[in-house]
Structure formats: C-alpha cells, structure tokens
Design a protein around this ligand. Structure first.
Ligand code: NDP
Length: 279
C-alpha cells in the first residue's frame, strides 16, 4: 500500500462532483477574486483558484488593483459585490498592503459570500459546530482529506504545529467537534511551546503548519503516525513543505506530499464553499 495521501486525486474527484452539479444549474455560481498589489505568490494562488473555477464551470472574475488602492475603495467594491446576485463568493487574497485593515475588510464581506470562512460570524459558527456557516478552506480540506483516506480521527491525538487564524486554530476547532469525522484530542503547538519534540512524538496525526522548510524531521515523528504537511515554502526555486519528506517517509504510515497534498484540497473546498448556497 502506498503511503502517499494523494490530495490532487481526491481534490479532482471533488471537483468532478462540483462540475456535475454546476452543469445542471442554469445560472452558474460566480466567484469574485480580489487581488491588491503585485505579490507574486498571491498572484499564483489567485491564478490556481481561477483555474479551479474554469475546471468546474464556476464563473470567476479576477479584479486586480494597484498597491496604492485606498481602503475605502476596496470596501466600496466589496459592497457592490455583496449586492450583486451573480456573485456567490467573494475572496480577498491576503496579505493586503499595510495601509488596509484586514479585519475591516473581512467584516465587510457578506458572511454568506465569505468563501474563505474568515468573517467572525463564520468563525463563531465553526466553533459552535453550526454547519450553516462557511468553513475555512485549508482546515476543512485537511478534514476531508483524512476522511476520504479512511484515516480515523476519533479519539486520536492530533498535534498541530502552528496556531494561525487560517490553519492551526480553525483546524483544532474543526477536529475537536462532536461530529462524524472529528472527535479528536487536539494539542496545538507554537513558537513558545515547551517540549515540542516530545509532544510532536506523541501525535497519532501530526500536522505541520509552520512555514519553515524541513522543520519536522524524523526525530519528531512517532513510528506509524500520519503526517499532514501544510507548508508551502519556496526554496532554491522549488516548492517544499514543512516536513523533511524523504527522512519522514520510512517512519510514517501515511503522508501528504508537497506539492499535491493539502494545496489542491484548499482549492476544492473554496469551490465547494462558492456553491454551498446554490446546490
Ligand atoms: P503563520 O506564519 O501565520 O503561522 C505559523 C505558525 O507556526 C505560528 O503559530 C508560529 O508560532 C508557528 N511557529 C513558527 N516557528 C515555530 C517554531 N520554531 N516552533 C513552533 N512553532 C513555530 O503561517 P500560516 O498558518 O499562514 O501558514 C503556515 C504554512 O502553511 C505556510 O508555509 C503557508 O504558506 C502554508 N499554507 C498552505 C496552505 C495550503 O493550501 N496548503 C494554505 C495556508 C497556508 P507563533 O504563533 O508563536 O508565532
């Protein structure tokens, strides 16, 4: 049995399912992608999201703005999109330039169109386990990846390294829910954690969401553990994760590659969120 968790293949299956449903809709779902500035990584993420839309029949509109865009102009654009019935999802690519307040921008998006799941109303619903909200794409993608790979989470010790608002914190909130596919015992680690090594080694499922190439080495992994590598780092012209993949492979029972693991699932969940209120 292969140890690789093929996120690309699983994401493609999900996208085929979305495409079949979108095909049957007369008015296709619409996703607005807002990009401020010319950060090359942001541009490549937005392009990948646009390709995902094209593959599933979702109509995407890329709105590009200069770095000098005023906060008030961005908020006005979001308000237009909130009112536009052809738009089901609004995604503002982060990070924004420092003169624009990300919190204000997230609050301005209609929670029903908040396909990133970052609006406080959706964050609150996620914590409460209220499934009427939209869940953040990367953590939800990890949950679905585990489910589709038949990796049992209930009762397992999941250790997440990283406590960001977009990955670590929401993943902990999702996997600890009293719901099918969840019920994990979750520990979060961060840069102030003591005994990180020992905690990581106690994980049945170890999630690396740090942003540091090769941070997780074999000394941090319990034999037979499942390893989920969220990291996307550019090193020597290559994309690498947070895990020393080659060294980890002999120890783990299953592992996500980078690229081709969590990344494609993030996009599949974005497309699913865009269609949530349409299917
Ligand atoms: P952040 O920089 O927001 O968070 C990184 C976290 O790692 C922080 O909680 C930080 O701790 C922790 N950390 C940093 N150094 C250490 C250390 N030495 N020991 C323990 N913990 C440490 O990153 P993100 O969550 O936004 O992203 C993490 C990675 O995932 C990045 O590589 C990013 O590119 C990638 N990513 C991938 C996605 C995908 O679709 N595959 C989607 C989103 C992100 P502290 O809080 O104490 O500073």
């Amino acid at each position: 049995m292969t140890k690789l968790i093929d996120g690309k293949k699983i994401a493609e299956e999900i996208m085929r399912d979305i495409k079949a449903k979108v095909t049957s809709l007369e008015q296709k779902p619409g996703l607005a992608l807002l990009l401020v500035g010319d950060n090359p990584a942001s541009l490549s993420y937005v392009r990948a999201k646009k390709r995902g839309c094209a593959a599933t029949g979702i109509v995407s509109t890329l709105l590009e703005f200069p770095t000098a865009l005023k906060e008030s102009e961005l908020l006005a654009k979001i308000e237009d999109l909130n009112q536009d019935p052809s738009i089901n999802g609004i995604l503002v690519q982060l990070p924004l330039p420092p003169h624009i307040d990300e919190k204000k921008v997230m609050l301005a998006i209609d929670p029903k169109k908040d396909v990133d799941g970052f609006h406080p109303l959706n964050v609150g619903k996620m914590l409460l386990g209220d499934s009427s909200g939209l869940l953040p794409c990367t953590p939800q993608g990890i949950k679905v990846l585990l489910e589709k790979s038949q990796i049992a989470v209930a009762g397992k010790h999941v250790v997440i390294i990283g406590r960001s608002n977009i990955v670590g914190k929401p993943l902990a909130a999702i996997l600890m829910q009293k719901k099918p596919g969840c019920n994990a015992t979750v520990t979060i680690c961060h840069s102030r954690t003591e005994n990180l090594l020992a905690i990581a080694r106690s994980a049945d499922i170890l999630v690396a969401a740090i942003g540091s190439p090769h941070f997780v080495g074999p000394h941090m992994i319990k034999p037979g553990a499942v390893l989920i590598d969220v990291g996307i780092n550019r090193a020597n012209g290559k994309i690498v994760g947070d895990v020393d993949f080659e060294a980890a492979l002999p120890i783990v029972s299953q592992i996500t590659p980078v690229p081709g693991g969590v990344g494609p699932m993030t996009i599949a969940m974005l497309l699913q969120n865009t269609c949530k209120h349409r299917f």
